[in-house]
Design a protein around this ligand. Structure first.
Ligand code: PLP
Length: 441
């Protein structure tokens, strides 16, 4: 082979060429099967090669794929916005369509700032966030992200927005002997330090994904967060890019918490990987001053609200509803969590097994009793991921979240996974982890 032209994540790594996908499996050009236990990047929620979606794609493509949102609206975009409003916590949301999760969180940040500007509150322009968090790779989204490894190269260009303690019970950042939700109180401490007059919004993932691995907050955490935000006139943005669209057993992760966010970022599962599609949902009361004021949101991308992507996302939502995939995420999530916990009992390097619905994770430790981490140079997460890959199993990294250290993998298969496939997943994962654990001993 001559020189290469495609920039891949690791430039000297040999990536297999994918041929096709069906259900929870992907097949490369050698015919090797991969059980997709990560749905790619927690994206392919309804599985690969679904004919209903292919049909919807063809139908829309035969009418029109693209119109520019400054010139036309389209039926699929209008319908999708209405459907998302009906599904989201408490209803009454507007939708702003974008192409990636990073754009969705960054647009949420801009709309929150514009909301206060339209009210004449020009000083409210910071968006604070938590230290273990990931909200995207573009500069605004990265400014909000508390993911040490992903920020590192760009620190001089970034705003220092991640200032609040994470709700990370396995390693309580406040060393609380018993939980009184001190991590939620830390938001109030940060607000007092910075001054509410400077803060437009607080952003958080309902369950932390890449920055730690399926970290579920303690009960009541988000209720308290929302109450603090309201008290200080700070908008609450839920980053549901990973948790949204049935992944956790409800359509939105915040539905487990009984909280209605002011803004919601969606991506990944919204199109389940069938097209680049993401959205910022905005509650009526956040839109109100903009409707009465400038009447235009200063954001947008060429492909925003294109009818092709909207039609595909509508078909994905129909599929999720028709096949009751939120319910599947609940039942199969409980099944898989049990199996993973059973598996973990016999493997000393697994420190924690956690998650909700089909967003699950394993955290690895050198010593289970005192939770000592492996040194980052040991590369435990990549070794487990690579070994699993060789065996035909795909899992997703969530390493380096605690000051650049810490090892975890996310297990988040398509929501259509069967019990037999889940058993196969656990068997392959156990083999991979044991192999790495044996090399260490
Ligand atoms: N927010 C969360 C919670 C994510 O998990 C991700 C991606 O992993 C993003 C935002 C960024 O989404 P994208 O990679 O589509 O830009």
């Amino acid at each position: 082979m001559g020189r290469e032209h495609l920039i891949k994540p690791v430039l000297d790594h040999p990536y297999p060429t994918i041929q096709y996908g069906k259900g929870v499996f992907l097949y490369d050009e050698q015919g090797k099967a991969y059980l997709d236990a990560s749905s790619g990047a927690v994206t392919a929620g309804i599985g690969h090669g679904v004919q209903d979606i292919i049909d919807a794609m063809m139908e829309q493509a035969s009418k029109v794929s693209f119109v520019y949102r400054s010139q036309f609206t389209s039926e699929p975009a209008e319908k999708l916005a209405k459907k998302l409003s009906d599904l989201a916590p408490g209803g009454d949301y507007w939708s702003f369509f974008v192409n990636s999760g990073s754009e969705a969180t960054e647009t949420a940040m801009k709309i929150a700032i514009q909301h206060w500007q339209e009210k004449g509150r020009f000083g409210k322009n910071k968006v604070i966030s938590r230290r273990m968090s990931y909200h995207g790779i573009t500069m605004g989204a990265l400014s909000m992200s508390g993911h040490v490894l992903r920020r590192r190269r760009f620190i001089p260009l970034l705003e220092d927005f991640p200032v609040v303690a994470p709700a990370y019970c396995y390693r309580c950042p406040l060393n609380a002997a018993s939980c009184k939700l001190a991590c939620a109180d830390d938001l109030e401490t940060a607000i007092k330090r910075i001054g509410a007059e400077h803060i437009a919004a607080f952003i958080a993932e309902p369950i932390v994904g890449a920055a730690g691995g399926a970290i579920v907050p303690p009960a009541g955490y988000f209720k308290k967060i929302k109450e603090i935000c309201e008290r200080y006139e700070i908008l609450f943005i839920a980053d549901e890019v990973m948790t949204g669209i049935a992944r956790t057993g409800e359509m939105f992760g915040m539905q487990h918490e009984g909280v209605e966010p002011d803004l919601i970022a969606l991506g990944k599962g919204l199109s389940a990987g069938y097209t680049p599609m993401a959205a910022t949902l905005v509650k009526d009361h956040v839109m109100a001053p903009i409707l009465q004021g400038s009447k235009s949101i200063m954001a947008g991308h060429t492909y925003s609200a294109n009818p092709q992507s909207a039609a595909i996302s509508l078909a994905v939502l129909d599929y999720v509803n028709k096949h009751q995939l939120a319910e599947s995420a609940r039942s199969m999530g409980a099944y898989l969590l049990d199996k993973l916990r059973l598996m973990a009992e016999g493997i000393e390097i697994i420190g924690d097994v956690r998650g909700r619905g089909l967003l699950l994770a394993l955290e690895f430790v050198r010593n289970r009793d005192d939770k000592t981490m492996f040194p980052p140079a040991a590369g435990i997460t990549s070794r487990i991921i690579d070994t699993a890959f060789q065996k035909g199993l795909l899992v997703y990294p969530a390493a380096g979240a605690v000051d650049g250290a810490g090892d975890a993998i996310i297990v988040a298969p398509p929501l259509v996974i069967t019990e037999a496939e889940a058993d196969q997943l656990v068997q392959l994962l156990e083999e991979a982890i044991r192999e790495v654990a044996d090399e260490l001993s």
